[in-house]
Design a protein around this ligand. Structure first.
Ligand code: MG
Length: 214
């Protein structure tokens, strides 16, 4: 088994943020949320490069390229103006999402657990030390499937910024060192199938490549 990078090995939770790009809401024709919509993915969803994304039988799965924020120290009730002190680093992450399960959850008011949390649903890049990113709100995220560009968005389009997310989440959930916050995905995501190759990353910083299997 391939070894996971240190945050994936030691992190206790992965917190996702739903629909956090203005351009995505425009495409979905949804109103701007007042507060971030958050969800959890289990740490068993982590994979690192050389491992495959495995689509569970009968599932339809989309890729979502995201900026991941790795928590650097424990904190609760973190204020927005001190929130960046709690950032330990960053990564590129794929929030693999089972659209069939999400559709069912949305229409019946069910949980997002299977839609977001199945095994291999959180492929990540290497750890990017905090000092390598001067401004997390001006990063170009991109994602190609089988060489075709699907997603290409900038984190300057985020509705809720990194400090706002840290302050909001930590009101309710203690953030612990090595936890990962995935900050949402720009529009363009679509279905992936066994045999597909997903490449993505943060321009000029990091790129990842994952194969899809069944
Ligand atoms: Mg997402």
């Amino acid at each position: 088994m391939t070894e996971l990078c240190h945050f994936a090995q030691n992190g206790k939770k992965i917190i996702g943020v739903a629909a956090n790009y203005k351009s995505l809401l425009k495409v979905l024709q949804r109103p701007t949320p007042q507060v971030p919509g958050i969800f959890l993915k289990p740490t068993t969803s982590y994979i690192t490069e050389k491992q495959k994304i495995i689509i569970p039988g009968g599932f339809s799965v989309n890729e979502e390229i995201e900026l991941g924020v790795i928590v650097g120290k424990n904190g609760k009730h973190i204020q927005e103006d001190e929130a960046m002190d709690y950032v330990g680093g960053y990564c590129a992450a794929l929030d693999m999402t089972a659209t069939c399960q999400m559709k069912e959850a949305r229409s019946k008011g069910g949980s997002w657990t299977l839609g977001k949390g199945f095994d291999t649903s959180c492929p990540v890049s290497r750890f990017i030390p905090k000092n390598e990113i001067k401004d997390p709100h001006n990063l170009q995220l991109w994602c190609k499937v089988n060489g075709e560009l699907r997603q290409n968005g900038n984190t300057n389009d985020l509705i809720f910024s990194v400090p706002v997310l840290i302050a909001y989440i930590s009101q309710y959930i203690t953030l612990e060192k090595n936890d990962l916050i995935i900050t949402g995905s720009p529009p363009g995501m679509g279905p992936v199938h066994p045999g597909d190759t997903i490449e993505g990353g943060i321009e000029n910083l990091v790129s990842i490549k994952y194969c899809v299997s069944n």
